[in-house]
Design a protein around this ligand. Structure first.
Ligand code: PSU
Ligand code: MN
Length: 308
């Protein structure tokens, strides 16, 4: 737990507070995917559906964001809707979370910032789409997401569909290994690649049951190995776009980013938006399906952790 001083800046949505107090399962959700990852109104519908899926699975959903400088652990439907519609929200990671609080700003929290806030609130499981990682060409750009360092320091289970295929998956796995982060593919021997079920890279670890993932996390904590854990959950077959078909689109989006001189925090949102346009919305459909799939697994892990 972080120092009590942080609690002065945090608002816990009542149903989430009740679940936490009762030791009931809670699943955190990020909000950069809402503010920067998907267009209106798909972002709003996705955020609502994902919360509903978690509730149906018997866990309390807690979408995390910063609103006017308050760290929100769980949003009311009206707050969620307002965030989805908001213009100019910041994209907040470890480096600027405190800035948004100090300056009373509004922002979506990335995987890194959501992990930090989840831990402050005592939430151990978090569902997202894809994590940030090592970008292609990082040997020149140095563009490596703060998500990876956060996984190395903050003990939260992050359920994702792997690293986005816009990243260098092989280098991302190398950094995670170096930083001591377990990467567990759920029911697969190979790493998924976000929109696709399979990448060419073997999964470092494999588990087939939500309860086993909960057990692994508990054991690591008991051993004092307090880092996060990345779960890579392949997108359902019916929704996947095969890697061969995505490859050309990703390359075209990358070329567009280079040509437009996009850098820093803008890279990931730019690539996602360009890929959405190039695939005529098909990538968005897959993106939504995989977040829902991750929410379901995260809820099951949270239930196992809570002993239910
Ligand atoms: N995956 C998506 N949509 C997103 C992101 C990931 O499908 O919007 C966001 C997540 O919040 C992730 C962030 O933490 O992108 C990583 O950004 P960067 O590469 O700048 O660290
Ligand atoms: Mn980056």
């Amino acid at each position: 737990m972080s120092p009590d001083s942080a609690m002065a800046f945090i608002d816990i949505f009542e149903p989430v507070a009740q679940a936490l107090a009762a030791g009931a399962p809670v699943v955190a959700l990020e909000s950069t995917i809402i503010t920067h990852g998907m267009p209106w109104p798909d972002n709003s519908r996705m955020a609502e559906n994902v919360e509903r899926i978690i509730a149906e699975e018997g866990a309390a959903p807690a979408t995390i964001a910063v609103v006017d400088g308050r760290i929100k652990i769980g949003l009311s439907p009206a707050e969620r809707e307002a965030l989805a519609k908001s213009q100019g929200a910041m994209k907040l990671s470890r480096a600027d979370l405190g800035f948004a609080v100090a300056e009373r700003r509004t922002g979506g929290t990335t995987v890194a910032a959501t992990m930090i806030a989840a831990r402050m609130a005592g939430i151990q499981v978090f569902a997202t789409g894809g994590i940030g990682g090592v970008h292609k060409g990082a040997e020149l750009s140095f563009d490596i997401s703060a998500d990876l360092d956060e996984l190395a320091r903050t003990p939260v289970i992050v359920v994702s569909a792997g690293a986005k295929a816009i990243l260098d998956i092989e280098k991302t796995l190398e950094v995670l290994e170096t930083r001591g982060v377990p990467v567990v593919a759920y029911g697969s021997d190979v790493m998924p690649a976000f929109w696709s079920r399979r990448s060419p890279y073997p999964a470092p670890l494999r588990l087939d049951e939500a309860a086993a993932i909960a057990g692994f996390f508990r054991t690591r904590r008991a051993l004092g190995l307090d880092s996060g854990m990345l779960i890579a959950n392949p997108v359902p077959e019916a929704d996947e776009i095969p890697a061969e078909r995505m490859a050309g689109t990703i390359a075209a989006a990358q070329a567009a980013a280079t040509k437009a001189g996009v850098s820093g925090k803008a890279v990931t949102p730019f690539l996602l938006k360009t890929i959405l346009e190039l695939t005529d919305g098909e990538s968005l459909k897959t993106n939504i399906a995989l977040v829902e799939n991750n929410a379901r697994l995260a809820a099951r892990i949270a239930r196992a952790l809570a002993g239910r």
